[in-house]
Design a protein. Structure first.
Lengths: 531, 111
C-alpha cells in the first residue's frame, strides 16, 4: 500500500461522494432524520484526504496508521464514526503487506466489517453495517478466489449496490419513508470512487442533484413557446451538457436530469420535432409528451369572444363562472351547468380581469363565481366588485369543494337561493387531496419525503408515505369522519391506476358510494370530497 | 408518569421510558454496553436498565445515561449520536418534554 496510491484512491472516493452528497443527505431518515449523512461522510473523507496530503509515511504500516488516525479524528456524525471503523479495519489488514492482492483485499473487507460490527452492542441491520458485511461476504466467495484485484473490487461494489437496494427490506423506517439507507448509499459511492480510481475507469456522471426547481415548478413558468415537450432518452454515454446546449437554442424552461444512461428532458419550444430529433440522435426516445400550452388559453378566449345567445337562455336566472384546472374538470363543471369555465388553479391563477370578462360574457345579470382555490377567492371577490352585474362569490377553496357545491346549482333559480344551497353544501363537504411531495419537509407534524405521496384533509397534512393505498385509506377515513355516505374522486393528469384501490375502499366502507371522474388537474393525482 | 396529550392523559410507566432510552442507546453506534451504576449492580448480568436513570421533574424528563464505548472511536461524536437518538426516540414515542439528558461515557472498551 503506497502513499501515492492511497492518496489517489481517497481523492477519487471523495470526489465521487461529493457528487452524491445532496442525494445522500436527502435519503437520511435513520437513526435521526436530520439530513446530514452525506455531508458528514464528505467531511470525514475530506479529513482523510488532507491527512494523506500531509503524510510522509514510507511504508504500508505507517500509511495505515495515518489513515486510521485521520478517520478517527475527522469522524463526523454517526455515519462518519461507522465509516472510521470500516476504514480502520480495512487498512489495518492492508498495512500488513506492501503489495495488494485479491486475497489480501478480501481479508481487508472482512476486517472492515468485523471492526465495524464490534463497536456496537446491538447492530441494526439495513444500515451501513449490513452493506459492508455483504461486501465482505461477496469478496470471500469462491468464484472470486483467483480473479484480479480489479475484478474483485467490481464484484464487491456490485454486491454493495445490491445490499443498499435491499436496506428497506430490513429496516422499517426506511421502507416507510420509501428510501434506502443513506449511510449505506454513501459507503457505496465511496467504494465506487475508489474502484474507479484503482481501475482507472472514468466515473459515471453523477445524477443531477434535485434542485429546488422540479418539473412541477417549471411547469408553472410562463413561456413564450407553444409546446411543452417532455421525453426520456435512453442510451449509453449520453452527454447532458451537450444536449442542454442544443436544446437551449430552441426553447426555454429547460430541465435535463439523469445520468449517462437515461436523461429526462423537459423543454418549452415551438419545435418539439427538433427536440425529439436531438434525442433520437444520441439514443432511444421514450415517454414522449407534447402539450400545446396555447390551446387551452385560446379555447378560453374563443368562448369569451363567442358571447352568449340570449334568446335561447332567456329563462335562466343565474349564471355561473367556475375556475378550475384540467380538461376533465372543465367538462364536469360544464356538464353540471357552469356557464363559463376559466382554466386555472394552483399553478395558474386567473386575473381579476379574466374573471370579470367571463362574468360579463355570461348572458344573465346575476352570476355566481366558484373560485375553487383558496388563492383565487380574493381575486374573485375583487372581480365581483369590478363587475356591473350582481355577482356572488361562493368561497370554494378547492376544485373538489366547488364540485360538491356545483351539485346544488340550479340555473333557473334565483342567485340568492343558489347561494344559500351551495354554501350549505360547501359547509357540509369534507375535502381531501393526495399530491406528490416535491421536497422533504415537515408539515403539520407529518414528516414528508420528496417523491412520497402526501395526503391532506381540509388543507392540513395528515399522512405521507410511498404506499398510495396507505395514504388513500387514511385520507378517506378522515374525510368520512362526519359519517358522509358519498365520496367523489377526481383523478389528476398523472394519477396512478386505481382499480385495486377502489375495490379495497369499497370493501372497507361497504355503505359508501364511490364515484370517480377524470379531472385531469396537474400536481394532484387525487382530489376527494365526501358529502 | 402522566403525559397530557391532545388525545387525553396517557400513563407511561418509568420502566417503559427506561426501556425506550436503553434500547435507543444500545442501538447507537459506538455503544458496546450500558454501564452498571453501583458495585452491586456490576455483579448482576447485563441488562438494559442499568445504565439508564429516568426521573420525571416538573419541567420534564431528566435522563442520565451511562455507556461503555468501543476504543478508537471519536467519543464526542458517539455521545452526540446517543443523545440525539435518545431524544428523537423519546419525542417520537412518548412526546414528553426532555428537561435534561446527560450521556456519561463510563468506560472505553479495548481488546
Amino acid at each position: 500500500m503506497e502513499l501515492e496510491l492511497v492518496r489517489h484512491l481517497a481523492r477519487s472516493a471523495s470526489q465521487n461522494l461529493e457528487a452524491h452528497r445532496r442525494r445522500i443527505d436527502d435519503l437520511n431518515v435513520y437513526p435521526v432524520p436530520d439530513g446530514d449523512t452525506g455531508t458528514n461522510l464528505v467531511l470525514t473523507l475530506r479529513s482523510i484526504v488532507e491527512a494523506l496530503d500531509a503524510s510522509t509515511a514510507t511504508d504500508s504500516e505507517a500509511v495505515a496508521k495515518d489513515v486510521t488516525r485521520a478517520a478517527l479524528m475527522g469522524a463526523r456524525g454517526n455515519s462518519g464514526v461507522i465509516f472510521s471503523q470500516i476504514v480502520r479495519g480495512f487498512v489495518e489488514v492492508l498495512g500488513e503487506h506492501e503489495g495488494i492482492s485479491s486475497a489480501l483485499l478480501s481479508r481487508a473487507f472482512r476486517g472492515a466489517s468485523d471492526t465495524a460490527y464490534r463497536a456496537v452492542k446491538r447492530p441494526v441491520e439495513g444500515t451501513m453495517l449490513t452493506v459492508i458485511r455483504e461486501m465482505a461476504e461477496e469478496s470471500e466467495k469462491k468464484v472470486h478466489r483467483r480473479v484480479a484485484p480489479d475484478d474483485l473490487l467490481r464484484a464487491v461494489l456490485a454486491a454493495g449496490e445490491d445490499a443498499v437496494a435491499r436496506t428497506p427490506e430490513l429496516l422499517d423506517v426506511l421502507r416507510n419513508a420509501g428510501v434506502v439507507d443513506a449511510g449505506g448509499a454513501g459507503l457505496v459511492e465511496i467504494a465506487r470512487g475508489m474502484v474507479h480510481g484503482a481501475t482507472g475507469e472514468e466515473l459515471p456522471e453523477a445524477p443531477v442533484e434535485a434542485e429546488a426547481l422540479g418539473f412541477d415548478a417549471i411547469h408553472q413558468e410562463l413561456s413564450e413557446y407553444r409546446y411543452c415537450t417532455v421525453f426520456v432518452i435512453e442510451g449509453e454515454s449520453l452527454d447532458k451538457d451537450e444536449l442542454e446546449a442544443e436544446l437551449e437554442k430552441i426553447g426555454d424552461s429547460l430541465l435535463v436530469v439523469g445520468d449517462a444512461t437515461a436523461l429526462k428532458v423537459h423543454v418549452h419550444t415551438d419545435d418539439p420535432g427538433h427536440a425529439l430529433m436531438l434525442g433520437t440522435a444520441v439514443g432511444v426516445v421514450e415517454g414522449v409528451e407534447i402539450a400545446n400550452m396555447h390551446h387551452q388559453t385560446a379555447q378560453r378566449e374563443e368562448r369569451l369572444l363567442e358571447g352568449g345567445t340570449p334568446s335561447a337562455l332567456s329563462t335562466l336566472e343565474t349564471g355561473l363562472v367556475a375556475v378550475c384546472p384540467g380538461r376533465g374538470n372543465r367538462r364536469l363543471f360544464e356538464s353540471l351547468g357552469a356557464t363559463r369555465v376559466i382554466e386555472g388553479g394552483q399553478s395558474m391563477n386567473p386575473s381579476a380581469k379574466d374573471i370579470v370578462d367571463a362574468v360579463e360574457a355570461v348572458p344573465t345579470d346575476d352570476v355566481l363565481v366558484l373560485p375553487n382555490n383558496s388563492n383565487v377567492i380574493l381575486t374573485a371577490e375583487q372581480a365581483a366588485s369590478m363587475s356591473g352585474k350582481k355577482v356572488r362569490v361562493i368561497p370554494s377553496k378547492s376544485v373538489q369543494a366547488g364540485f360538491a357545491a356545483m351539485g346544488r346549482f340550479v340555473p333557473t333559480e334565483s342567485v340568492d337561493e343558489n347561494e344559500r344551497a351551495m354554501l350549505e353544501e360547501l359547509e357540509a363537504a369534507a375535502t381531501g387531496e393526495i399530491t406528490v411531495a416535491s421536497r422533504d419537509a415537515s408539515l403539520d407534524g407529518v414528516d414528508i419525503r420528496e417523491g412520497a405521496y402526501l395526503g391532506l384533509v381540509d388543507d392540513v397534512a395528515v399522512v405521507s408515505g410511498s404506499d398510495l393505498e396507505v395514504v388513500l385509506d387514511e385520507v378517506v377515513d378522515r374525510v368520512l369522519a362526519g359519517g358522509q355516505g358519498f365520496l367523489t374522486i377526481l383523478t389528476g393528469e398523472d394519477a396512478p391506476p386505481l382499480d385495486g384501490l377502489v375495490a379495497s375502499l369499497e370493501e372497507r366502507h361497504p355503505d359508501l358510494e364511490v364515484e370517480i371522474h377524470e379531472g385531469g388537474q396537474p400536481h394532484y393525482p387525487l382530489l376527494l370530497v365526501a358529502q | 408518569m402522566i403525559a397530557e396529550t391532545e388525545r387525553g392523559r396517557i400513563a407511561i410507566s418509568p420502566d417503559a421510558i427506561t426501556q425506550i432510552v436503553g434500547s435507543a442507546a444500545a442501538e447507537s453506534y459506538g455503544v458496546v454496553a450500558l454501564a452498571g451504576r453501583g458495585r452491586l449492580s456490576r455483579l448482576l448480568p447485563w441488562g438494559i436498565k442499568k445504565g439508564v436513570d429516568v426521573d420525571l421533574r416538573a419541567d420534564g424528563l431528566a435522563i442520565e445515561l451511562r455507556v461503555v464505548v468501543e476504543h478508537g472511536l471519536k467519543l464526542a461524536e458517539v455521545a452526540e449520536t446517543v443523545g440525539s437518538r435518545v431524544r428523537y426516540e423519546l419525542e417520537r414515542m412518548v412526546g414528553l418534554p426532555i428537561a435534561s439528558l446527560e450521556v456519561h461515557i463510563e468506560r472505553v472498551r479495548s481488546h
